[in-house]
Design a protein around this ligand. Structure first.
Ligand SMILES: [Fe+2]
Length: 319
């Protein structure tokens, strides 16, 4: 499902919230060398601020003490590849697998942040995608699966860039884990995680859409259910640009409506009306409808939307 990047096509995918794998027309925003150099800066205390790092050994979350230990240990070694870093980590942690998750990646990789800003700004210009905020994250190591399994990050669409090795992602649309499926397959949803037997997981895998991200490609992943399911050499590293709460008409509408309601509540004391046993539609609703008609016909809604849009586009979601 690899495609030459076509932003016009991307607009369609974005609005329909459909995942797709693209070829990068230029160099990847971060390669293996950029990452190793950044780790070197981190351990030598050359960064202005430290990113948040979470480490897992055989899926077990490692406490902050061990995390600091790992960073200083890595700093003393002359590491030439990501595979070597993973080797050092697993031998120090005495584990078979190692997972590294890093948030606030812009703190570790300021130059990469600039490249991602450019990437997103050209996208904003062309297709009008402006997130409310962004996060740059790194996910890598020698694991076969995401340690916490199939999960969903609500309101968080991702661009996933390959940096080292191959990483396969399995994706399911939001409606997949439905009540109807629950009648036939035994699983639970807890804190946006899927809890299921191996047998059930095998069935889910059969139904998944699979995409393999490599250096030179990137995956657009809307906020679907997902899990990394690494097939080949387990050593891999990906760079994620997470876009939170993207532009959508319902959110624009609801922001405007809540402001409108607040405006009316000053006049009609809505809170008092709602606090009683309200069986019928309150009379202010019809007044509100005529207010909305007036606001739309007078152009006030358009003005409001334009202001909202300008604020949203100001920095492409980068703080
Ligand atoms: Fe996730």
């Amino acid at each position: 499902m690899k495609e030459i990047i076509d932003w016009d096509k991307f607009v369609e995918l974005n609005w329909q919230k459909k995942p797709a794998l693209f070829d990068l027309p230029d160099e990847p925003p971060m390669n293996e060398f950029d990452f190793l150099q950044a780790v070197h800066h981190l351990v030598n205390g050359e960064l202005e601020a430290s990113p948040r790092i979470r480490l897992f050994a055989d899926g077990r979350n490692i406490g902050p003490g061990e995390e600091d230990g790992l960073i200083s240990f890595v700093g003393t070694a002359d590491i030439r590849s990501f595979a070597e870093l993973v080797d050092i980590a697993t031998s120090k942690l005495d584990s078979d697998t190692f997972t590294m998750i890093l948030n606030d990646g812009g703190k570790l990789l300021p130059e990469v942040k600039e490249k991602l800003k450019d990437f997103l700004s050209s996208l904003t210009e062309r297709v009008g995608v402006a997130p409310s905020f962004t996060d740059i994250e790194l996910f890598g190591g020698s694991y076969k699966n995401t340690p916490f399994g199939i999960h969903r990050d609500f309101g968080n669409d991702n661009f996933i860039f390959g940096a080292v090795g191959e990483k396969r992602y399995l994706l399911w649309p939001p409606e997949y884990f439905s009540k109807e499926l629950q009648e036939n397959v035994d699983f639970q949803i807890k804190d946006n995680l899927i809890i299921a037997s191996d047998e059930a997981l095998a069935k889910f895998k059969e139904d998944a859409l699979a995409f393999t991200v490599t250096p030179g490609t990137f995956l657009y992943m809307p906020d679907w259910w997902h899990v990394a399911d690494v097939q080949a050499n387990p050593i891999q590293l990906t760079l994620h640009l997470g876009l939170y709460s993207q532009v959508d008409l319902p959110s624009l509408g609801s922001i405007f409506m809540s402001e409108l309601l607040n405006r009316r509540s000053e006049n009609t004391n809505i809170e008092v009306e709602y606090s009683g046993e309200q069986k019928e539609l309150p009379s202010f609703v019809s007044e509100l409808v005529s207010d909305i008609k007036h606001i739309v016909s007078s152009g006030e809604l358009e003005e409001h939307a334009n202001n909202w849009w300008k604020t949203r586009r100001k920095n492409n979601g980068f703080s």
